[in-house]
Every structure is written in C-alpha cells, then in structure tokens.
Design a binder for this molecule. Structure first.
Ligand code: IVH
Length: 675
C-alpha cells in the first residue's frame, strides 16, 4: 500500500506543478496530451484505491456533487474593507495620518491595482487547502470550497516543502473581460439573461450550488493579503506578495514599492493610464504601508484599517456627437429611445450606442439630435449620456418626439396611467414575440432544451411561430431545413419540446410572461392553485389573500386572463398537449394516519421542493404527530431542505440541526429511515 501511496503522491505533485506552470505562469512544460495522460494515470490508480482519494487531489477539481446550500464560517481574522478616496488630497491626508500615528518610524508604500471582483479568504492548514470562504459581512461568510476548487490557478496544496501550519490568503475572484463576454454570448444564445458586468457574473457564479456549473464559468483569482498566520512571519507587504507568489498563487500583474508621496501619486496616474492593458476590470488603486509591523500602531476605524486606502478612478467619460435617436422595442413592448453616437473609445471599448431610458429623461437633460454629448461608462456595461455640451450647440439640433406608432409593426402606441414608458400593445410585434418566446423557453420557465436565441429569431422571422403554442406544432423537417440547423439540432428541439409538455405547473405560469410574475411568485401560485384554469378564474380578493401577492400582482393576473387572446392561447397550449395542472407528489408516501412517527418533532421547510408542495409537507407532518415552524432554532428537530436552500440551511448546520432531503422525508414517512 505504501508503494501505491508514494506513486499517488508523485503523480499528484507532478500534476500540481504542471497545473501551476500552465494556469499561473502561462509557460507549460508538457503538452496538454501529456498532462491528460498523467491525469488518466491518477484517475485509474484512484479508481483502484478509492480510499486513498484526498480532497486536494487534482482529480477533485470538478468532480464535486451539488450541495444543498452553503454553510457559514466565522473568519478568525475579520475581513475588513478599504476606506475609499476619490482625489489626491485625500491620499495626502492619509499619509499625514500615517506619519503622525507611527511616530517617526521609517516606512514606505506599495501601490497596486484594485480589482473589481469578489473578495475571498482561503485557509491552508499544513499546506493543504482547508476551506474557502466569502467575505460575507466581514465576520463570517459562506463556505464555497467546492466552487473554489474549480479555479485552476488556485493551488490545492502550497508550493512549499515547509508550509506554515496555518496561512489564510485574502484575495479577489474575478472574471476577465473576454471570459465575461463569452459567457454572456453563450447565455444570450441559451435565451438567458446576460450579466450586467463581470463583477455580477463572478458573484453569481460563486453562488451556484453545483460545482460542475461553476467549473464552466471563466473564473480566476489574485491574492494580495493574509488573515490568520501560524508558523510564518511576513514583515512587509512586499514580502507578503512575494511569498504568496512563491506558494503558487497569482498576484497582481504589477505593483510598485515606492519611497514617498510624490512617487505614490505618480504611480496612481501611471496605473490609471494603463488600466485597459489588464485583461480584467480595475476600478482603482490601493496604497498600502509596506511595513506590516506598524499596522497595530496605525489601528483601524470601524470598517477599515488605517494602513491602506483605496483610490477610486472616475468612471470614464468621453465626448461624441449624437447622430440620431432610434427606438428599441423590448419584451414587454416598451419603446426605449437609444442614442446613435459617433463611435468613441471609452473604458477600452468602442461605444456607438447609449440608452436614453425614456422620453422624460430626454426632456430633463434636453438632449437633441445633433448635440455634442458627454457619455459615461461606469461599472456597468451599458453606457449612458451624462449631459449635453450646451456650449457647442449651433442651433441646427433637432428636438426628438416619441413616435405615435410602433416602429416595428405600426400599431399605435399606448401610455399607461402613471407610467413614463410608452408601449406597443401588439403581442405579435416581432421583437416582443421573440422575447416572449425566449422567455417562455428559458431555464427558469419551460426549460426547453435546444431552443436558443438564434433559433427563436429564425422561427419568428420565417413566420413559423406566432405565439408560444406554435412551438408545439413545428415540423421537424422544416426546422431541420433552417439555416445552420440540421437533423440533429431539429431532433434535439423536438425532444426538448416533448419534455417541456410535462413541465411543472409553475413553469408555464412563469413562461406565459404575465407582467410582475417571476419564478418565485409562480411557485407560490402553484402551491395554491391546482390548475391554470383555477388560477385564471381566481378573484382579485382571493389572489390578494395569498402570501407575497399584492394588489399589483393580483390585478396583473386578472387582466392577463381576462384577455380573449390570452384565453385562446391557453386553450391552444392545452390542445397541443402542454400540462396545465399541478402534478402529484412524485412518490406519494403511505398515508398511515395512525402512525405518529413525527410525534413531538418540529420541522422547518426551506428551498424549492420538487416532489412535495409546502402545504402538503405541513399536512403530512401534522398528520403524523409533528409540527412545522417558519424559522430554525435550537428547538428544530429537522430541516427539510430543497433546492437553493440558503440562510435557514446555514443556520441549521451551525446549530447542528438534522438536515434531510425530500427523499429522506419520504423515507421517514414510510418508516425506512429512523426519525
Ligand atoms: S486589501 C484590509 N487590496 O476591495 C484591507 N483589497 O473596497 C483588505 N480589493 O474588500 C483589502 N483589490 O475585496 C485589497 N489590491 C487590493 C484589492 C482589494 C481589490 C477589494 C477587496 C476589498 C475591497 C475594498
């Protein structure tokens, strides 16, 4: 056995080493093929000796099974934030304070980039990754270890023969601009919402419960700080950065050690000039005192230490000419005015359009066609017009008025009372129809495999689909004949459509696109209505009496189902085989009312359930002698956790409350699992 263990250790070490060369240093020494061969060898050995698989093995990066929720971990050293500054005077004041507080001791500064990502703490014990935690509220965060393992540039074991007993590394997970772009392109193609900016995409990715999905996200991380240390001393920030790098982590691509304030200010400018050279978004610079042994003397405010300060760059602005104002028609029929600009370079990309939001905004800023305008691109990806350069007006600029008919279909537009938005009321208007179909098919609605955005555009443009129900009459041969399609894609779509006919009731409720009804409200509605017909027939009073349903939502549902066109659509969906009723629990437990298996027990239910309805669980618990409660406490006996469980699950874990799945709940009822 010792021989096998040695061999495993050798291969793992080699793989860690080559992984580091490839992902961190970008200078591979072996080919991908050789790497895969080594990995294959390891997999084979581990398959033969599964008891020897360790969590830090290179085979474990993407293999993790989905989890039900994140547990909460307390930071032994809190994760502080940085004080922000927006001009150089504030940096000079920061230096004065430093000088005063450290009382004549010598010091210098490190200037480094401030990356716009998500803060992370990694704890290594005896050189091995023990846990990865988000910042959370600074005192405790979520355990996201299995997600972090998927980031290839993060070593699972420190590159050191003599690792410290404990080292916590603090850094930032980020998504490169290119990775972000590619991810969003893929999402649009799948009919899903694009992320607004790389930071959001990154935060969203880290919250995913399935590490295999996280592995598909283009995440990376840099490290710039430490938390708890045991068995290692780091005297300066410079030494910290060098050590972090030597341990195998990515650090910032640049940093400068500088002697005084003039040099600091100089580097702040240099970094700002170079900020587009980095493959990721930088929203400022960080100035840190280099001597770590004075950090104690410098102390901290409630939120941040006094040894560092962030210098935030102004969002970039540029001047250009607004050549025209065009109209974009959205999913809900809202007409949005868009500024067509002379192309201009801003924040590293060429901008030729900017949103003007609505007519009121155009009036308020007095934007006219032909104006010189100042545009800005902040953290978000969509640029906006900040103001008009009035001094450059020539008098030939033209004021803009919203069209009275929809530019796409010619239908007269409407303006609802109390709303600023102007809408096209025609559901069959192509952009609305396309968006409605994309929404219908999306993952959080009918989840139709094989129906991406491009295909929806083709289906609508060819007149094959005039409402969602037409999807179910599509002819395989016709679909296969469409541009860039083929037998295989057509077959995939047909199968996807067939599967979607049996989707849960809430999916169709969400998929219909009733204004103000999101995924969560659809699920709540399913809990209270057994069929779409019941929902359609419900009174406003009944709807309003439901939890989380207010007058706006109730009115919106009523209005939707009052429309003869919508009634006809629902009828067509039904005729074409789409399920419009709540399904029974997948595996109905034996209804043995005499059994008192849950006697004296308190249950809490959290997350999205798929086999049971919530009220059904409550009834079953009651029937079998137990109680349900809305919140987890030390008195809770059991937490039934469905998909996407969050804070209740974390709390249950921290209190040591038993957590069960829906299947286990069924087993408890059937008596095949001990309560
Ligand atoms: S040092 C105690 N250095 O910015 C100080 N933070 O706005 C710890 N950040 O929470 C932070 N780049 O998530 C530091 N070079 C850098 C950074 C950096 C980005 C993030 C970090 C922090 C936030 C504060």
């Amino acid at each position: 056995m010792a021989e096998v263990e040695n061999e495993l250790a050798e291969i793992r070490k080699a793989l860690h080493h080559h992984n580091h060369l490839y992902y961190v240093e970008a200078r591979a020494q072996i080919s991908d093929r050789e790497f895969d061969q080594l990995l294959g060898q390891l997999e084979a050995l581990e398959a033969a000796h599964p008891e020897l698989i360790t969590p830090d093995s290179p085979t474990q990066r993407v293999g993790g099974a989905p989890i039900e929720g994140f547990s909460s971990v307390t930071h032994r050293v809190p994760m502080a934030s940085l004080a922000n500054s927006y001009n150089k005077d504030e940096i000079l004041e920061f230096d004065k304070r430093v000088q005063k507080l450290i009382d004549g001791k010598a010091y210098n500064y490190v200037v480094e980039p401030k990356i716009d990502g998500v803060a992370l703490s990694l704890r290594y014990e005896d050189g091995k990754l023990a846990v990865a935690v988000t910042r959370g509220d600074g005192h405790s965060g979520d355990d996201i270890t299995s997600n972090i393992r998927t980031i290839r540039s993060i070593p699972m074991v420190l590159e050191s023969e003599t690792p410290p007993a404990v080292i916590e590394l603090r850094g930032e997970v980020y998504m490169s601009r290119d990775g972000f772009q590619a991810l969003n392109d893929r999402r649009r193609e799948d009919g899903r919402d694009a992320f607004a900016n790389p930071r959001n995409a990154c935060a969203g990715s880290l919250k995913l419960l399935d590490p295999r999905s996280v592995a598909e996200r283009p995440l990376d991380a840099v490290f710039y700080g430490v938390g708890e240390l045991e068995g290692i001393e780091l005297l300066t920030h410079e030494e910290l950065l060098n050590t972090v790098k030597a341990f195998g982590f990515r650090t910032h691509p640049v940093h400068w050690l500088v002697p005084d304030m003039p040099a600091v200010l100089d580097k702040l400018d240099e970094l700002e000039k170079r900020k587009h050279d980095f493959p990721f978004e930088i929203d400022g610079a960080v100035v840190k005192v280099n001597q770590r042994n004075v950090y104690e003397d410098l102390g901290r405010t409630a939120k941040s230490p006094r040894w560092a300060i962030a210098y935030k760059y102004e969002p970039e602005q540029a001047e250009t000419v607004l050549q025209d104002i065009t109209i974009q028609v959205g999913r809900t029929g809202v007409l949005t005015p868009v500024a067509e600009l002379d192309p201009v370079l801003i924040s590293g990309s060429t901008v030729s359009r900017a949103t003007l939001h609505n007519e009121d905004e155009i009036r308020r800023k007095d934007i006219r066609i032909g104006d010189h305008v100042l545009i800005e691109k902040a953290g978000e990806i969509i640029p906006a017009v900040v103001r008009v350069m009035n001094e450059k007006r020539t008098g030939s600029e033209k004021t803009f008025t919203m069209p009275t008919t929809c530019p796409e279909c010619g239908t007269p537009v409407i303006k609802r009372e109390g709303e600023v938005a102007v809408r096209c009321p025609n559901d069959a208007c192509p952009p609305q129809l396309k968006n409605a179909i994309i929404h219908f098919a999306r993952r959080s609605a009918m989840d139709i495999e094989g129906l991406g955005e491009t295909l929806v555009h083709m289906l609508v443009d060819h007149g094959l689909v005039k409402d969602p129900s037409d999807l179910y009459t599509l002819d395989r041969a016709v679909v296969a004949g469409l541009e860039r399609m083929g037998e295989k894609s057509a077959e995939k779509l047909m199968q996807g459509l067939e599967v979607s006919k049996q989707a849960d009731l809430w999916r169709i409720i969400h998929g219909l696109g009733i204004p103000h009804i999101g995924q969560r409200s659809s699920q709540i509605l399913e809990e209270h209505f057994a069929t779409l017909e019941d929902l359609a027939g419900a009174s406003v009073e009944h709807l309003e009496s439901l939890p989380d349903v207010g007058p706006i939502v109730a009115e919106s549902i009523k209005e939707y189902f009052a429309s003869p066109e919508k009634k006809a659509l629902v009828k067509r969906l039904e005729d074409r085989g789409v399920n419009l009723a709540r399904k029974q629990a997948a595996d109905p437990p034996v209804d043995d009312a005499a059994s008192q298996v849950f006697s004296g027990m308190t249950f809490v239910v959290t997350g999205t359930l798929s086999a049971y309805k919530r009220d059904e669980v409550a009834n079953l618990v009651r029937q079998h002698g137990g109680k349900t409660s809305g919140s987890v406490s030390a008195k809770t006996n059991c937490l039934l956790a469905g998909e996407n469980a969050g804070s209740k699950l974390a709390k249950a874990r921290s209190l040591g409350v038993r957590v069960i799945s829906e299947r286990e709940f069924g087993d408890l009822l059937r008596g095949t699992l001990e309560p």
